[in-house]
Design a protein around this ligand. Structure first.
Ligand code: ADP
Ligand code: MG
Length: 683
C-alpha cells in the first residue's frame, strides 16, 4: 500500500516522510511516539496541580486584554469548582471576539502558578455548545520533522492502526511464541497498537518512562536486531583470510628481556589473547580496553613483534602528531632502527618520498597519523594494523586502513586500543563484532592521583604549589581550555597564559605547545619536556591523549568546568604515570552549574576510568559517550543503555538462542530495525 493512499497524505507530504525514513505505510507503524497527552478525561479545576498537563472545561466568565510590554489576552473560565485563566501573547481580534462570557470552552495545556489564579499559557482550545466527545485513548505525540505537522502524522498513523486492527495490513511476528511466552511479552501487533493508542486506563507512568511491557517488547527487538547484525558481521570475518602468524616463543622472550619492566598479569593475559588470534588464518578483530596509564603501548609492541618475527609489516596509527611521534620514539627503542619508519602530514618532500619507498619495499614497522591511509601509501605484506585511541577515529578511516592492507586476498589482523572504557554489557552490544580484551590492572608502584577542585580566585596558592613541585625536580602541566572556539583562539589563549606564567615564575623553564605550532617545533618542545629540559609545559588539549612523561606529577586544568568527564579523565591520565604521588588541580570559574559540579565531584572522588565512564553514561547517555564520530558504534532509536540495562542482558542470550534455533528469522529482524547496516561493518 502506498503512503499517498492514506487520507491527508499527498505527494509532497509523502516526500517529506521519506526524509524520516518512512517509505511504506508499514514504516509509519515503527515511527514511535515520543510522549503522550491524556485527553481521555476532564479534570475539575479545583483538582488541578501545578505542572500538570490537563484537559479542562468551563464557562467563560470574562475576557480582557492586559497591555504591559506585550499585549496579552486573558480569558477566565469557571467550571463550578474554581476559576482558571487562559492566557495568549499572540492573538487575533477574531479570536478575542469569540470569547464571549457565558459560552463554553474546552482547553488543554500545562497548568502554571499565576498571580491571582492558576493559568494555562497558550492552551489548545475549542468552543462548544453540545457536549464534546472525549478521546478513548491517550494521544501519541510523534518526533517532529520539518514541514509536516503533528496532526498530519497523527492522522496518518491512526489510519494505519485501524488497518492493522482490521487485518487489512499485517506486521510479521518474528519472535517465536516460546520466547514471547517465556518472557511474558505481547506480540508485535499488540505492542504496536498499544503504544500508538494506549487505552484511557493505561499506566501512564510506565509509558512515560518507557517501561511498559509493550514498549519493552519493541525495545528488546531493536536491541536484538543490532546484536544479530553485529554477530553476523563477526561471522562474516570468518570468511575472510589473514596471514597466519605463528608465535615464536624464544623470539618473544628475547624481546621481553629488553623491556625496562616486567609485564603486569593483565598485560600478559591480553598479549596471550592477541597471540591466540594472530596465529589463526582469519583476521583478528580485537578491541583492547585499558584505562589511561595501564600500559597499552607495550602490548601493541608485543603484537608488532609477533608480526615482525614472521616478516610481516605492522602499521600503527595514532590520532595526533604528538602521540604518533611519541609511539615512534618509544617503539623504536625496542626494534632495529632500520626496520621502522614514521609518517605524518608533516613529513614532506624528499624525506616523504623515501619513507613511501621504504613502506612499499616492505619496511617492517610503520608508525604515523591519518597520513597512513592516504592513497600514495602502498603497503607490502601488511599483517597487522593497530589503531590507538580508537574513539578519535571515524569508521571510514579505520576501514580505509584495513582495506589498504589487502594483499594476495589476505586481510591484516586488526587491533584497536581505547582508553575510554565502557561497561561490559554496553561494550558487548556496541562492539559485538569485536572481541574484547581488558587491561584491568595498573603497573605496580602507581599512586592514586589526588584531585583538588579550586576556584580561579585561588591562583596564588596554585602558583606556590607549582613552584614547590618543580623545585623538587618534578614536572608540571598547565592546561588551557577554550572549547568551541577556533584553533587560532585556543592557541592565542595558551600563548597569553604562557607569557603570564613566565612572569610569575622567572626561575622555571617553561615551554608551550598548541595546535598551531609547526610539527618540528611541537616535537622539539615535547622532547625537551620528556627529557626534563623544561619544568612546566603550558598546553592546549593537544596533549589530551596518550602523552607519556612519567616524571610529570602535577597538572593544573584551567576552566575545568567546561570539559566533559571523559576528557578530564584523559587529561588527568597524563600524570600519575610514574611512581611519585601526583596531584591534579581542577580550576573553575564560579558559579558552577549543577552538571559541572557533579562532574568535578566525580573527578575528585575517583580515578577509576570505568567508574567515570559509568557516571558519564548517566549524564550523557550511551550515544554521546560512544561519540558521534564513532559511527561504528550502535545508535538506537528506542533503546537506552542505562534505562534498559536488564533488556540488554536478556538480548544477549536471546541472540545466541535465535542464531542456533531460528537462523532464518535473524536476517528479517535485522532488516526491520537496522538501517545502514554496512556502515557499521568492520569497525
Ligand atoms: P596507556 O595505556 O595510557 O597507553 P602507556 O602505554 O603509555 O599507557 O604506559 C604508561 C606508562 O607505564 C609508560 O611510561 C610505560 O612505560 C609504563 N608501563 C607500561 N607497562 C608497565 C609495566 N608492566 N610496569 C611498569 N611500567 C609500565
Ligand atoms: Mg596510550
Amino acid at each position: 500500500m502506498k503512503l499517498t493512499e492514506l487520507k491527508g497524505i499527498g505527494k509532497k507530504t509523502a516526500q517529506k516522510l521519506q526524509l524520516l525514513g518512512i517509505k511504506h505505510v508499514i514504516d509509519l507503524l515503527f515511527h514511535l511516539p515520543l510522549r503522550y497527552q491524556d485527553k481521555t478525561k476532564i479534570t475539575a479545576i479545583n483538582q488541578l496541580n501545578f505542572g500538570q498537563t490537563a484537559l479542562i472545561e468551563g464557562e467563560i466568565v470574562k475576557t480582557y486584554q492586559i497591555n504591559s510590554r506585550k499585549p496579552m489576552l486573558v480569558c477566565e473560565i469557571d467550571d463550578g469548582t474554581n476559576t482558571i485563566a487562559l492566557k495568549f501573547f499572540n492573538f487575533f481580534y477574531s479570536q478575542q471576539a469569540k470569547m464571549i462570557a457565558g459560552t463554553k470552552v474546552r482547553a488543554f495545556g500545562e497548568v502554571r502558578y499565576g498571580k491571582y489564579m492558576m493559568e494555562i499559557l497558550h492552551p489548545e482550545y475549542h468552543h462548544f455548545t453540545k457536549p464534546l466527545p472525549l478521546q478513548d485513548s491517550l494521544t501519541a505525540i510523534y518526533p517532529k520533522s520539518e514541514g509536516i505537522n503533528q496532526s498530519t502524522i497523527q492522522k496518518a498513523i491512526n489510519q494505519v492502526i485501524t488497518l492493522l486492527k482490521t487485518g487489512e495490513i499485517n506486521v510479521e511476528e518474528f519472535l517465536p511464541d516460546s520466547i514471547l511466552n517465556k518472557l511474558n511479552l505481547p506480540t508485535l501487533k499488540e505492542a504496536l497498537i498499544y503504544v500508538h493508542k494506549p487505552p484511557a486506563d493505561a499506566d501512564t507512568n510506565a509509558l512515560l518512562a518507557s517501561k511498559h511491557q509493550t514498549q519493552q517488547r519493541l525495545i528488546l527487538e531493536e536491541v536484538l536486531a543490532h546484536l544479530l547484525a553485529m554477530k553476523q558481521l563477526k561471522a562474516k570475518a570468518q570468511e575472510v583470510f589473514a596471514p597466519e602468524l605463528p608465535i615464536s616463543q624464544d623470539k618473544i622472550d628475547t624481546f621481553k628481556t629488553q623491556l625496562p619492566f616486567a609485564l603486569t598479569a593483565a598485560q600478559q593475559r591480553v598479549v596471550g589473547e592477541i597471540y591466540h588470534d594472530m596465529q589463526k588464518n582469519h583476521p583478528m578483530q580485537r578491541l583492547i580496553q585499558g584505562d589511561v596509564g595501564s600500559g597499552k603501548t607495550v602490548v601493541a609492541a608485543l603484537a608488532i613483534s609477533a608480526a615482525y618475527t614472521q616478516n610481516h609489516q605492522s602499521a600503527m596509527m595514532a590520532p595526533t602528531e604528538i602521540l604518533a611521534e611519541q609511539h615512534y620514539k618509544t617503539i623504536r627503542t625496542w626494534f632495529d632502527n632500520d626496520d621502522i619508519v614514521y609518517l605524518s602530514a608533516a613529513i614532506k618532500g624528499k624525506e616523504r618520498t623515501e619513507v613511501l619507498e621504504r613502506i612499499a619495499a616492505g619496511v617492517k614497522i610503520i608508525i604515523g597519523t591519518h597520513a597512513l591511509f592516504q592513497k600514495e601509501v602502498v603497503f607490502n605484506a601488511l599483517g597487522l594494523v593497530i589503531i590507538d585511541e580508537q574513539h578519535r577515529f571515524g569508521v571510514h578511516q579505520r576501514l580505509a586502513l584495513r582495506n589498504k592492507g589487502q594483499f594476495k586476498a589476505l586481510q591484516p589482523h586488526m587491533l584497536i586500543m581505547t582508553a575510554t572504557p565502557i561497561p561490559r554489557t554496553l561494550a558487548q552490544t556496541a562492539y559485538a563484532n569485536l572481541d574484547i580484551s581488558v587491561i584491568d590492572e595498573l603497573p605496580p608502584g602507581r599512586q592514586e592521583i589526588s584531585t583538588l577542585v579550586i576556584s580561579n580566585s585561588k591562583m596564588p596558592q596554585i602558583a606556590e604549589r607549582i613552584k614547590a613541585n618543580c623545585q623538587q625536580g618534578e614536572q608540571a602541566y598547565w592546561v588551557c581550555t577554550l572549547i568551541e572556539e577556533s584553533e587560532v583562539l585556543r592557541s592565542k589563549a595558551a600563548t597569553d597564559t604562557y607569557e603570564e606564567l613566565k612572569d610569575w615564575f622567572p626561575q622555571l623553564r617553561i615551554g608551550l605547545v598548541h595546535g598551531r605550532l609547526k610539527s618540528d617545533k611541537k616535537n622539539q618542545i615535547m622532547t625537551q619536556f620528556k627529557s626534563h629540559e623544561l619544568d612546566l609545559l603550558v598546553a592546549t588539549t593537544v596533549i589530551e591523549v596518550g602523552v607519556d612523561v612519567p616524571n610529570a606529577s602535577l597538572m593544573v586544568i584551567e576552566n575545568a568546568e567546561r570539559l566533559g568527564l571523559s576528557q578530564l579523565h584523559q587529561l588527568r591520565g597524563r600524570i600519575g604515570r610514574g611512581n611519585k604521588k601526583s596531584h591534579c588541580v581542577l580550576m573553575y570559574q564560579a558559579p558552577l552549574g549543577e552538571v559541572a559540579k557533579t562532574r568535578l565531584d566525580i573527578m575528585r572522588k575517583t580515578n577509576d576510568g570505568f567508574v567515570i565512564a559509568r557516571e558519564d553514561l548517566k549524564i550523557r547517555g550511551a550515544g554521546e559517550l560512544l561519540g558521534s564520530k564513532q559511527k561504528g558504534a550502535v545508535q538506537f532509536r528506542l533503546a537506552d543503555y542505562e534505562r534498559d540495562k536488564p533488556l540488554f542482558k536478556k538480548a544477549q542470550s536471546l541472540a545466541a538462542q535465535l542464531i542456533t534455533n531460528h537462523p532464518q528469522i535473524c536476517q528479517k529482524i535485522i532488516d526491520r530495525w537496522v538501517v545502514d547496516h554496512d556502515e557499521i561493518s568492520n569497525v
